[in-house]
Design a protein around this ligand. Structure first.
Ligand SMILES: [Zn+2]
Ligand SMILES: [Zn+2]
Ligand SMILES: [Zn+2]
Length: 147
C-alpha cells in the first residue's frame, strides 16, 4: 500500500468502520507523518480543524481506529501509547521503531508463528494473537550517536 496516497474510504470500508470527518482527519494527519504521534500531538493538529474537539474524543477515535486495524498502536519503552498509520490490510507483520527520531520500519518476517505451534504442542491451549515490536535506533540516528 502507498503510505503517501492511501484510499482512506476503502480502507475504512474494508475494515468495517464508518467514515466520519474526525476519523478521516486523524488518518490524514497520521499518514502524512513518517513516524508515530502521541494522542496529544494529534489533538493539537486536530484543533485547527475542529475547534471544540476534546482530548477524550481523540482518544476514543484512536482506540476505535486501532481496534479496527486501521492504524497501529506503538508501545513506547517510556510506556506511553503512540499511533502510526499502518493498517491490518497490509497483512501480518511487525514494527521496528526508532526511539530517537520516531521512524517506523515494517518487519515482514514473523518467527513467532512457528514458535506458537511448538508452544501449543507442549502446553496445549490456544494462542489467539501476539504482540512483537522491536525498539532501538535507526541507522541514521545510530550514525549520529557514534560519529
Ligand atoms: Zn532514528
Ligand atoms: Zn507496518
Ligand atoms: Zn508475528
Amino acid at each position: 500500500m502507498n503510505r503517501h496516497n492511501p484510499d482512506f474510504s476503502s480502507i475504512l470500508k474494508e475494515l468495517g468502520l464508518k467514515e466520519t470527518p474526525k476519523r478521516r482527519a486523524i488518518l490524514e494527519i497520521l499518514a502524512a507523518e513518517p513516524g508515530f504521534l502521541s494522542p496529544e500531538e494529534l489533538w493539537r493538529t486536530l484543533k485547527a480543524r475542529f475547534a471544540t474537539i476534546g482530548l477524550p474524543t481523540v482518544y476514543r477515535n484512536l482506540g476505535e481506529l486501532a481496534d479496527g486495524g486501521v492504524i497501529s498502536t506503538i508501545i513506547h519503552p517510556n510506556r506511553h501509547l503512540y499511533y502510526y498509520f499502518c493498517t491490518r490490510v497490509n497483512g501480518h507483520h511487525h514494527h521496528f521503531i526508532c526511539t530517537s527520531c520516531r521512524r517506523v520500519e515494517d518487519i515482514p518476517e514473523c518467527s513467532v508463528s512457528a514458535m506458537e505451534g511448538e508452544i501449543i504442542a507442549r502446553n496445549g491451549g490456544a494462542i489467539t494473537s501476539h504482540i512483537v515490536q522491536l525498539n532501538g535506533l535507526c541507522s541514521d540516528c545510530l550514525a549520529g550517536v557514534t560519529e
